[in-house]
Design a protein around this ligand. Sequence first.
Ligand code: PAF
Length: 278
Amino acid sequence: MIIFKKQTDIRVYLKRLEAIGIGFVPTMGALHEGHLSLIRQAKKENDLVIVSIFINPTQFNNSEDYTKYPIKVESDIKMLTEAKVDILFMPSKEEIYPEEKDLNNDNFDFGTLEQVLEGKMRKNHFKGVAQIVSILLNTVEPHKLYLGQKDYQQYLIIKMLIQQLNKKVTIVLCPIVREAKGLAMSSRNVRLSPKAHLEANNIFKALTYLEEHKSEKLEEVSRKAKEIITQSNIADLEYFEVVDKNTLSPLLSIEKGNTLACIAVKIDGVRLIDNILL
Ligand code: PAF
């Protein structure tokens, strides 16, 4: 695996290669089985697989979340080498945002899509995501971009970004990878205490309850599903919404094949998100 830290170096390297299929997996590191599933999919479908690791400061609205974001460079590199990734792009903050003014992400606009759910709870989060993803896409110029369904709203935003930028890149949305008891894999899971980890399993229980009762009255089923989470005294539910999977606007009943149920909850101070397509 070749590691690049400078944009110009990776660009020059990629330019020298003849037309080959490039698959790209952007990450913020602290890699887990969820990332590996994206990498495996990318390996199957491309000649060359590039992974990036960059903890992007402009997408964190909470400075504590940023400073506490897990960093595991050594084990990440080991994992990527074992997964036979071809290139790792691992720039510094200064490489991506050399000047203070470069941190400004005001010129991205995704309308209502960035104002609901995660966008409502984390102001300017998606502008920051769009900012770094556009920089990375310009650097790597991939043919396929691999994203996980756990960050479903991020997928919709990046889809819109790609249209806005007029880029010819295909997004491959990969299913959520879960632990044995259903908790969605996340880099933040390492911050959960054993008790919090146990209670975090209720997130998937609630989503499964909704799935199993999807033909019943939504209001009632949602109330019961929410209770599965809020029964824990260390869980602070931010939202539990049932929305249209394309526009993210709230639905009054489940429309088969068109519905997304999504949750954000802080368990013992650790913010977790999850969703299910119904
Ligand atoms: O999903 C993530 O890890 C990040 O939001 C991404 C897409 C790598 C941008 O920083």
